[in-house]
Design a protein around this ligand. Structure first.
Ligand SMILES: NC(=O)C1=CN([C@@H]2O[C@H](COP(=O)(O)OP(=O)(O)OC[C@H]3O[C@@H](n4cnc5c(N)ncnc54)[C@H](OP(=O)(O)O)[C@@H]3O)[C@@H](O)[C@H]2O)C=CC1
Ligand SMILES: CCCCCCCCCCCCCCCC(=O)[C@@H](N)CO
Length: 324
């Protein structure tokens, strides 16, 4: 009887401690740091929104920055605005990620890359039935195939970076790449595709000291979102509102912090953190603390996820009832 509290305390302390110790021994890949100071950071979609904010932040943290996008005009404007804000010159490359040869020649010209950030992306929210085949192809080609092109073009020189320290291939997904959202059939498919690619790629490049990061922002205030909002289905906006809207600068800062700490999953807000726990699946986890939280919270997070789905499906039901 006297020993009951003691027994309880040892249970509360010893059990989690042993799980933490076990996780410490088994988490793979091992934790790492990817510095960006004085290193070549190549950012696609760097002329607008999140990419532009990333380029400015990386430049101000002392990286040598290159940005790639299609429109030369927008690239030159971005170059000017970064120069104005930081006094630093970034290199610009005009290419369409759908064109492998153009991507390859830009990357060859830019020189060996230490940190590749595949951030280019397009989004047109529409129910599948109201989407044209062109729109569907557009999203898959730029978001998914474009990222394949970039990585395939950059990998050979990235793998030969012996002595230059850890490298990173970072990929801009979206919270719509963690859960399918009404109006995003093709967009979510492209972003979910990036996750499969990232998981497989990490196994292929770990032996070359290259570390993959997947970034999952919520709605973010960018020129792209302004454009999207003009014709976004009401239900898409209602469901996406569960995670709020962030500023591009905040997303950029958090993304860079995640990349530098070599994280595989990089969430950007509290809902994003919850989504990472709920969808941890078979993704690598380098952090012992995060692994411990994932293991402990799994059941509860599934319950939280079901609550969100309950709310979303209720909104869909109400929306249909209102339409009738
Ligand atoms: N804004 C948001 O709400 C969220 C965005 N994201 C993701 O973040 C990323 C950036 O989004 P955001 O900043 O809003 O986008 P923007 O529309 O503001 O900017 C997109 C950038 O990508 C470039 N780009 C587009 N198509 C191509 C192409 N075919 N080849 C090369 N470059 C291209 C654009 O330049 P140009 O047109 O000149 O080529 C531009 O620099 C995307 O991957 C998006 O899916 C994720 C979650 C939320
Ligand atoms: C288990 C707990 C779950 C917790 C919360 C879930 C909230 C999910 C909201 C998803 C919002 C998706 C926005 C996509 C933004 C985007 O990518 C577009 N703007 C196009 O770029």
């Amino acid at each position: 009887m006297v020993n009951a509290p003691l027994y309880l305390i040892s249970l509360i302390i010893i059990v989690p401690l042993s799980i933490a110790l076990l996780l410490y021994l088994i988490v793979r890949p091992r934790p790492t740091k990817v510095p960006i100071k004085n290193r070549h950071v190549f950012i696609t979609g760097g002329s607008s929104g999140i990419g532009l904010a990333l380029a400015q932040e990386a430049a101000s943290q002392g990286a040598q920055v290159s940005i790639l996008a299609r429109s030369l005009n927008k690239l030159e404007e971005a170059q000017k605005s970064i120069k104005l804000a930081t006094g630093i010159d970034v290199a610009i490359y005009s290419a369409d990620v759908r064109d492998f040869e153009a991507v390859k020649s830009a990357i060859d010209q830019a020189g060996p890359i230490d940190i590749l950030i595949c951030n280019q992306g397009v989004f047109v929210a529409h129910e599948l039935e109201n989407s044209s085949l062109e729109e569907l192809n557009f999203m898959i080609d730029i978001n998914l195939m474009g990222t394949f092109h970039l990585i395939k073009a950059a990998l050979p020189s990235m793998k030969n970076r012996a002595g230059r320290g850890p490298g990173s291939i970072s990929i801009m997904s979206s919270q719509a790449g963690q859960v399918g959202i009404y109006g995003y059939t093709a967009y979510s498919a492209s972003k979910f595709g990036l996750r499969g690619m990232a998981e497989a790629l990490q196994q292929e490049v770990i032996g070359y000291d290259i570390h993959v990061s997947l970034i999952f922002p919520p709605d973010t205030d960018t020129p792209g979102l302004v454009e999207e909002n003009k014709r976004r289905p009401e239900l898409t906006s209602i469901i996406a509102a569960s995670s709020g809207v962030m500023k591009a600068n905040d997303v950029a800062k958090l993304s860079l912090a995640g990349i530098k700490s070599g994280r595989f999953f990089v969430p950007c807000n509290l809902e994003g953190f919850a989504l990472c726990l709920a969808t941890a699946g078979m993704s690598p986890q380098r952090s012992v603390l995060m692994a411990l939280i994932e293991v402990t919270a799994a059941g509860i997070m599934r319950f939280v996820a079901l609550c969100y789905l309950w709310v979303w499906y209720s909104s869909i039901e109400k929306w249909h009832a209102r339409k009738k």
